[in-house]
Design a binder for this molecule. Structure first.
Ligand SMILES: Cc1cc2nc3c(=O)[nH]c(=O)nc-3n(C[C@H](O)[C@H](O)[C@H](O)COP(=O)(O)OP(=O)(O)OC[C@H]3O[C@@H](n4cnc5c(N)ncnc54)[C@H](O)[C@@H]3O)c2cc1C
Length: 406
């Protein structure tokens, strides 16, 4: 019967990043990652992968800064480029409320020494030829913001972790937790029992199923995120910036000569974790490729992107992110259960914050203190909840519908 210091359930970007930091910082310890499909097959490979650093939710910022700091190290170790696109991000505010938010955001950029400048509408439209910004009250540009290929980043973490000694198993599912009273001692896997000093659940949308076995009502719900990619056009230069349109609850970024955009639907779709198939490609996120949702909100977007009515849409993508009612992450040490850590509740930001999440959980798994302040992410903050109840699922879906940031 095998025993390891740490076992991580889930080989998405969180699981891979944790394995990387753990093997880098604690090379003498043993770690196994168990992924029942292929690495990064679920939410990770589907992300739009904005790697936003400057946010109103400041507790995310140190985590994203760690992602930025680690990328050159991963690239050096592998001798390959991630080809991260540091095209910058424009925030376009067209109402008094959003202008106020933007002023606050600029102050936050200053606090974290992130470059930021105000732009005139004509300058903004020059940078992003598809954008109609003449109604904007304020436009900010943050040149260091970026996007990347999320699958590549996830697998960079995994490949470096493997080089450093991580045992990464694909095609091995975890069926249940092995408990002795309030202590997790290991896992029942497809391949038999595995004992471990510490267990991290990093199973994305499916995490509440495992947490339930340890008696924890994990406060998160799988909520659909979706985006579209237009056909190619000269309106979308590859070097043009990411654009956030909070008044339209929309974002857009270049994608190989086309435009990738997301816009919050009026009614977000949430689903109980026990209804999500293990093979995510088997789930039909939207039979009409999001067209009904898009048509309900297209006027919001059309105000800033009039070309949307004429351009062809070539590609539709959807996946589940883990949302919470307050829009904060849901992760940390499992309350009331020994040796269990929950790297869960990504709130649609998991690519951007993967570095910080990886580092935090590696330290916690090694019995050290968390280098970051996770108070806002506390698993217990909603009290006792049932993550499988319709009421809870609706609350989390509502949080996404209302989201105005990217
Ligand atoms: C459409 C879309 C757009 C997005 N855009 C952005 C963005 O712009 N910026 C950003 O930062 N984030 C974005 N995200 C969010 C981001 O993708 C997630 O936050 C991130 O991928 C979460 O990673 P994860 O490792 O927690 O989950 P996942 O990548 O879902 O990985 C979980 C893994 O656990 C495995 N697993 C589950 N149960 C078991 C089990 N019992 N045994 C073994 N393995 C198991 C699954 O197979 C899966 O591979 C977006 C997400 C979507 C869907």
């Amino acid at each position: 019967m095998k025993s390891v210091d740490l076992v991580i359930v889930g080989g998405g970007i969180f699981g891979c990043a944790i394995a990387y930091y753990y093997t880098r910082n604690y090379p003498a310890k043993s770690v196994m990652v168990l992924e029942r499909k292929e690495l990064c097959n679920a939410a990770t490979s589907r992300a739009a992968a904005l790697m936003t650093v400057v946010r109103s939710k400041q507790s995310y910022i140190p985590l994203s800064l760690e992602t930025r700091a680690v990328i050159p190290e991963l690239e050096k170790q592998l001798g390959e480029s991630l080809d991260m696109k540091t095209v910058g991000m424009m925030h376009v505010a067209a109402s008094e409320a959003r202008e106020k938010d933007l002023q606050e955001l600029m102050a936050i950029a200053g606090t974290y020494e992130q470059p930021a400048e105000w732009l005139r509408a004509d300058e903004a439209m020059q940078k992003a030829p598809w954008l109609k910004a003449d109604e904007a009250r304020a436009i900010a540009f943050l040149p260091q913001e970026a996007y990347c290929d999320p699958y590549l980043l996830g697998t960079f973490f995994a490949r470096c972790a493997k080089q450093q000694g991580a045992d990464i198993r694909q095609g091995v599912g975890v069926q249940s937790m092995l408990m002795e009273g309030n202590t997790v001692v290991g896992l029942q896997t497809d391949g038999g029992k595995l004992y471990a000093g510490k267990v991290v659940i990093a199973a994305g949308a499916w995490s509440p199923l495992l947490a339930r076995q340890a008696g924890i009502g994990l406060p998160m719900a799988p909520v659909r995120s979706q985006y579209w990619i237009t056909e190619r056009s000269s309106l979308f230069p590859e070097a043009s910036p990411i654009v956030l349109l909070p008044d339209a609850q929309a974002y857009a970024r270049p994608e190989g000569g086309a435009l990738l955009f997301g816009v919050r639907e009026n009614r977000s779709l949430s689903l109980s974790p026990d209804l999500i198939p293990e093979e995510i490609t088997e789930f039909s996120f939207s039979p009409d490729r999001g067209m009904t949702d898009l048509s309900e909100v297209i006027e919001r977007l059309g105000r800033f992107f009039p070309g949307i009515y004429d351009i062809g849409l070539k590609y539709y993508m959807a996946g589940f992110s883990a949302y919470t009612p307050d829009g904060n992450l849901s992760m940390g040490v499992a309350p009331g259960v020994n040796n269990l850590l929950l790297a869960t509740g990504c709130v649609g930001a998991g690519i951007a914050i993967a570095g910080g999440v990886g580092r935090a959980f590696a330290e916690l798994a090694a019995g050290r203190s968390n280098p970051y302040n996770f108070n806002d992410f506390d698993i217990s903050r909603f009290g006792k909840i049932d993550p499988f109840s319709q009421e809870w699922l609706d609350k989390c879906a509502m949080a996404r519908s209302k989201k105005v940031s990217g």
